[in-house]
Ligand binder design. Structure first.
Ligand code: F6P
Length: 360
């Protein structure tokens, strides 16, 4: 097994609270094991364009544990592998350039921190001979193979705090209050924040909703004197008629942008129930700011274990949280799949037992 001397680290895709905590753990664990860690700016661009690499030592990562965002430049969305770019050696595909520069920079391995898109690209580079360990990141918690991703807990805390705040104003006006949360095609954030915040209705993509059923639930609640109804809706929630709200269609390798479902649900509920409804879209608030202690811990464990796996020559894998351990999961089992909420999930059962409506 080749001794690991130089290790590259990059962050790709949208940001999630805890990226910096992973970088810090990789740098510190690497440094303490005598490995030089090279930070690559702007995702894989760090390998492609000049001036985007720098040695990272513990002093470079002091104080970043609690910071949102990433110290490694902006994160790129999309998969640029086949695009042709101009380099100092002439034209090349982006993918070829990454492989070539990886070797030219004398890197022995890469730790690639990202969501499904970045992990898919990492898998392609692994197949092209780059030894890679992936670290799963997303507030959506929808990556297959791991029980949780860092960023999710922070997003759930943000959404729960918002729901807590909305209760008092909703009660004061006896209103329906609809809160839209992120999560793409998975309802994890809505389900967890909905249960933690004591929502009365939770609408998730996995369970298509019928607005008439939600109205019936609101009326039932009125009958027993409920002061308000709090509805948490995942941005990817779909009605039984197949209606989904999309801000922007997918373009090339860019995924579609979801959003706007709270406005629709709120106006439908107002029209059909005769009660006043208001809505709030939490949007990127869920992704910004400091990671929670849970996310800092998970991110730190992921970073340290990624270095350990690289030292042991375990590549083409993603670190995964399988309590009580962090384990390697082959990237081949992860890419191209989405982890959605199972219909028989314990949390769905619990919510139903408490009288929460899923509108299904
Ligand atoms: O995947 C994370 C996520 O925040 C989703 O929940 C959301 O749909 C999407 O990214 C938003 O992406 P962007 O920041 O590119 O608008």
């Amino acid at each position: 097994m080749k001794t690991l001397r130089r290790l590259g680290v990059l962050t790709g895709g949208g940001d999630a609270p805890g990226l910096n905590a992973v970088i810090r753990a990789v740098v510190k664990a690497g440094f303490n094991a005598g490995i030089e860690v090279i930070g690559l700016e702007d995702s894989f661009d760090g390998l492609v364009y000049p001036g985007k690499t720098r040695v990272l030592t513990p002093s470079d990562v002091t104080g970043i544990l609690r910071l949102g965002g990433t110290i490694l430049g902006t994160t790129n969305r999309g998969n640029p592998l086949t695009s042709v770019i101009e380099t100092e050696d002439g034209p090349s595909t982006y993918g070829d350039r990454v492989v070539e520069m990886f070797h030219r920079l004398k890197l022995d391995a890469l730790v690639s921190i990202g969501g499904d898109g970045t992990l898919a690209i990492s898998y392609e580079f692994h197949q092209r001979g780059i030894p890679i360990v992936g670290v799963p990141k997303t507030i959506d918690n929808d990556i297959v193979g791991t029980n949780s991703c860092f960023g999710f807990d922070t997003a759930v805390c943000c959404a729960t705090d918002a729901i807590d705040r909305l209760h008092s104003t909703a009660e004061a006006h006896k209103r329906i209050m609809v809160v839209e949360v992120m999560g793409r095609n998975a309802g994890w954030i809505a389900l967890h924040a909905g249960v933690a915040g004591g929502a009365d209705v939770i609408l998730i993509p996995e369970l298509p909703y019928d607005v008439e059923k939600v109205v019936a639930h609101v009326k039932d609640r009125d009958r027993w004197g409920a002061k308000c109804t709090i509805v948490v809706v995942a941005e990817g929630a779909t009605s039984r008629n197949g209606e989904r709200t999309v801000i922007e269609a997918a373009k090339g390798s860019r995924l579609e942008r979801l959003g706007g479902v709270a406005a629709r649900v709120s106006s439908d509920l107002e029209a059909l129930s005769g009660k006043e409804a208001r809505y709030v879209v939490l949007g990127h608030l869920q992704r910004g700011g400091a990671p929670t202690p849970f996310d800092r811990m998970l991110a730190t464990r992921f970073g340290a274990t990624a270095v350990e796996m690289a030292r042991n020559g375990v590549f083409g894998v993603m670190v995964a949280n399988r309590p009580p351990s962090i384990v390697p999961v082959p990237l081949s089992e992860v890419v191209g799949r989405t982890r959605t909420v199972p219909h028989d999930s314990d949390l769905i059962k619990t919510a139903r037992a408490l009288g929460v409506s899923f509108g299904d």
